[in-house]
Write a protein that binds this ligand. Structure first.
Ligand code: GTP
Ligand code: NAG
Ligand code: NAG
Ligand code: NAG
Ligand code: NAG
Ligand code: MG
Length: 432
């Protein structure tokens, strides 16, 4: 018996060394960061990572910060309770999936994953939306997979279809042009309906009237770690309006004139009296979407011809406040973009539209990077970097090298730098 214990001890020490080696890599010679950020990361890595964190995990008494940008230093102090929490005060929120009937298998995969990692403890509702009626088969399978109530909404045609004022001749010409240029979904009409719907209409569905918050889910996505908290609770407690996990650069050939429309909107807003203005440049995250300076060794991927650096929150995951989207401030912004026709003549995505909207219209502290939520939607995934998160949250991440968070594709470093960022890095700036 003793011998077995010793072997187990040896094995666990070995695995600590391996984990420690892996997590050290971002801070050492093999690093993808460089220059000033590399030096900083080295310093901060020593201060906040590895040994200190491990001490925390195994001794439960160290006050060190666990995760690079955690909203709460002590997030793992609470023992993760994997059972349903009786009498839990749920937020006024729902999980939300826009999906087609033939995507049932993928929808069930996503549900299974999110239920196991999060919702089975909370039993939030699921709302499903579709432009055609859901089949009985779809409703039955998803209802049995959900731990909360399920509801099914049919999108009114005028919220989904191409509006009549779009010039169909021009539209068809552009579809062909974009197809020949090899633009992703360049010739798809339904993809455009979907993007415009997700930009301007999802929050108007009457089935969502009874909720304050939504958590967007798509078919075929995965969550690799237990949620260490109820993200809806964080949204409420911290007065947040928008949460994301991945930020990347948009394909410029889908949004050639989007930024022109945005700039026009900013100018219109600036002509209003201060009390009527919706854009506050000193508190919003404008710099996050416009800064193009190098980050460490990285040149921005963008070769944007406009001031927009193409950064957007990857909206296939998002947790948002429906009241923000329902507000005059968002609707006015959306209507301004919509009447340009770019959802059809080009192929404006809901991700850049949401991202630009929240970066202009919200206070940057109302936008949250959910550092501890591990997520995959092909072709990217993200996982926490902190060792204690990986252990405590029972993560089963895919190849850590696939983690998009700190790669040239990612806008996360820009968020740290010019968004509401990496709080502890800013603190460190002030100290030195
Ligand atoms: N009901 C309905 N849902 C759609 C339609 N097109 C797309 N969706 C849903 O809208 C979301 C985004 O569509 P996706 O096809 O996943 O688009 P994407 O994430 O940009 O691209 P891939 O996932 O790489 O294909 C998913 O939840 C889809 O199920 C449609 O025509 N009808
Ligand atoms: C629609 O677009 C075509 C092609 O650009 C153009 O020739 C036509 O005049 C447009 N129609 C209207 C009503 O604007
Ligand atoms: C939930 O949110 C909706 C929409 O904002 C609101 O009408 C409703 O009163 C809220 N319900 C509760 C219990 O707060
Ligand atoms: C804009 O934000 C700044 C900083 O938070 C604040 O001091 C100022 O009052 C805001 N301006 C308006 C018009 O709300
Ligand atoms: C982004 O942040 C950096 C560091 O705080 C700052 O020097 C830079 O001016 C910001 N970029 C923009 C466009 O404001
Ligand atoms: Mg998708």
């Amino acid at each position: 018996m003793l011998a077995i214990n010793k072997i187990l001890l040896a094995l666990s020490l070995l695995s600590i060394i391996i984990i420690s080696y892996q997590s050290c890599r971002i801070f050492t010679g093999n690093s993808k960061l460089s220059g000033i950020y590399q030096a900083k990361s080295n310093g901060l890595g020593l201060k906040y990572n590895n040994i200190q964190r491990r001490k925390f995990v195994f001794e439960f008494e160290n006050q060190m910060k666990l995760s690079s940008n955690s909203f709460d230093n002590n997030v793992h102090r609470l023992k993760l309770d994997n059972d349903f929490i009786p009498n839990y005060y749920k937020e006024n929120a729902t999980l939300l999936m826009l999906v087609r009937n033939h995507e049932l298998e993928g929808a069930l995969d996503s549900m299974r994953s999110l239920e196991d990692r999060f919702n089975r403890k909370y039993h939030y509702d699921w709302v499903f939306l579709n432009d055609v009626p859901f089949t009985e088969e779809f409703k039955e399978a998803t209802t049995f997979m959900a731990s909360g109530n399920t509801k099914y909404g049919l999108i009114p045609p005028d919220h989904w279809n191409c509006p009549s004022w779009i010039n169909q001749t021009q539209f068809e010409i552009n579809l062909k042009k974009m197809h020949h240029k090899g633009v992703l979904y360049g010739d798809s009409k339904s993809y455009r309906n979907m993007c415009r719907f997700n930009s301007g209409f999802f929050f108007r569905q009457s089935i969502l009237d009874e909720y304050d918050y939504y958590f967007r889910v798509e078919p075929n996505v995965y969550y690799f770690c237990d949620f260490p908290y109820d993200p809806f609770k964080i949204m409420k407690q911290k007065h947040l309006k928008y949460g994301f996990v991945i930020g990347i650069y948009e394909y410029e050939n889908t949004i050639e004139t989007l930024w022109d429309a945005v700039e026009e909107y900013i100018e219109l807003d600036q002509q209003l009296t201060p009390s009527e203005q919706h854009i506050n440049m000193s508190s919003n995250a404008y710099k996050f979407i416009t800064d193009k300076s190098k980050i460490g060794a990285y040149s921005p991927i963008t070769n944007s011809h406009s001031d927009y650096n193409l950064c957007h929150f990857w909206s296939n995951f998002e947790i948002g406040d429906l009241n923000f989207f329902r507000s005059d401030k968002y609707l006015k912004f959306f209507n301004h973009l919509d009447q340009k026709g770019g959802f059809y003549y080009e192929r404006w995505g809901d991700a850049p539209v949401h991202s630009i909207a929240v970066s202009l219209l919200l206070n940057r502290d109302e936008i949250m990077h959910f550092d501890e939520i591990a997520y995959a939607h092909a072709p990217f995934n993200t996982c926490p970097i902190s060792d204690s998160s990986l252990l405590y949250q029972r993560c089963r991440c895919q190849n850590p090298d696939d983690n998009v968070a700190i790669t040239p594709h990612s806008c996360l470093m820009r968020w740290w730098k010019n968004g509401s960022g990496k709080f502890f890095m800013r603190q460190d700036d002030n100290q030195s």
